[in-house]
Design a protein around this ligand. Structure first.
Ligand code: ZDP
Length: 326
């Protein structure tokens, strides 16, 4: 049983428990309803339920709950759930950690649009990460793909240091070539057609293929076939890229564990890396997605990928779930 009650007040603890006897003619049962406080944010239409989870080491939600909450008809509706956790040993210290569940309940290592939403959520919660007000807040956030630096710029955009791309087959992971080799412009048969693919990990796996016209791609039909292709033991995100110029590309994405989404930050980073490796784009490139544009810079000196884009709050609310206990 799910109940929505919109309210604007941002809650510090996301949880209230309520026990109510449910008298039925056969047996006495009690119903325990759990009320979660959440906020909804999106990065270019890639949308997430944000939960302030700093007072616990483990995520408040089970993966089953995450699937229910992400359902666009029976739940809140989102591409995933993101938990703000304390990274420090003692819960509550001022180092932070991000964990995310995809809408299918799986837990990816990293998410680009999501970490921008998390940084905005932290700023809205009044968590200061400031070096100086004019420079804007700066947070260091631990993820399952390593420590990420996130800068909230005075112009309202957010820049994330996404770290170094990983290119060896064993790092993606993929079995398309030997573990210590890279997959750059390698043929792969999917859906009875041969596609030339390049694979890149931004902590999570990406398979990129360049096409003439992205709008001619039947994403739902093809995306799921790439996602579950046997050469990707942990599945993969798949990006279809149309290079418009050396500094501008159009991207359509089928996400592992979330399907077709309006934007994917790690995917945009991986696509520019693949574009450079295939001599198709510059190291500074704008990636156009259905939900908007991301600016990507693969820095030659540090080998780090920097991603810049927006993150916006949509609403806050509470959601109630009920468990019948006999
Ligand atoms: O790797 C995966 O399973 C992705 N679905 C994770 C989510 C990625 C995200 N869309 C991003 O922006 O990188 C949040």
């Amino acid at each position: 049983m799910v109940q929505f009650i919109a309210n604007q007040k941002m809650h510090s603890t996301p949880l209230e428990l309520e026990h109510r006897p449910l008298i039925s003619d056969m047996t006495s049962q009690t119903i325990t309803s759990i009320t979660y406080h959440f906020s909804k944010y999106h990065g270019l239409g890639n949308d997430f339920i944000l939960i302030d989870n700093r007072d616990r080491e483990e995520p408040y939600l089970s993966t089953e709950d995450a699937i229910k909450f992400c359902d666009r008809h029976f739940g809140i509706g989102a591409d995933g759930v993101i938990f703000l956790l304390s990274a420090g040993l003692d819960v509550g210290s001022d180092t932070y950690r991000m964990r995310i569940f995809n809408s299918d309940g799986s837990e990816p290592e990293m998410c680009g649009n999501g970490i921008r939403c998390l940084a905005k959520f932290m700023q809205d919660l009044g968590i200061s990460g400031g070096i100086s007000p004019q420079a804007g807040d700066r947070y260091s956030i631990t993820t399952n793909a390593g420590l990420m630096g996130v800068q909230l710029n005075p112009d309202g955009e957010i820049t994330v240091d996404m770290g170094e791309p990983r290119l060896l087959a064993q790092e993606i992971p993929t079995t398309l070539v030997n573990p210590d080799q890279k997959v750059i412009d390698v043929p792969l048969e999917v859906n009875g057609q041969v596609w030339n693919v390049t694979t890149v990990s931004m902590g999570n796996p990406h398979c990129i293929t360049f096409v003439e016209n992205v709008d001619s791609i039947s994403l739902a039909e093809l995306g799921i076939k790439f996602e579950h292709h046997p050469v990707f033991p942990q599945r993969t995100n798949t990006e279809f890229i149309e290079v418009v110029s050396s500094s501008y590309m159009k991207m359509r994405v089928w996400e592992r564990g979330a399907g077709a989404t309006l934007a994917c930050g790690t995917g945009a980073c991986a696509s520019v890396v693949a574009g450079v490796l295939n001599g198709k784009c510059d190291r500074l490139c704008t990636v156009n997605l259905p939900g908007g544009d991301l600016k990507i810079h693969w820095d030659l000196e540090t080998n780090h990928v920097l991603m810049t884009g927006t993150a916006d709050k949509v609403f806050s609310g509470i959601i109630k779930t009920g468990i019948i206990q006999c």
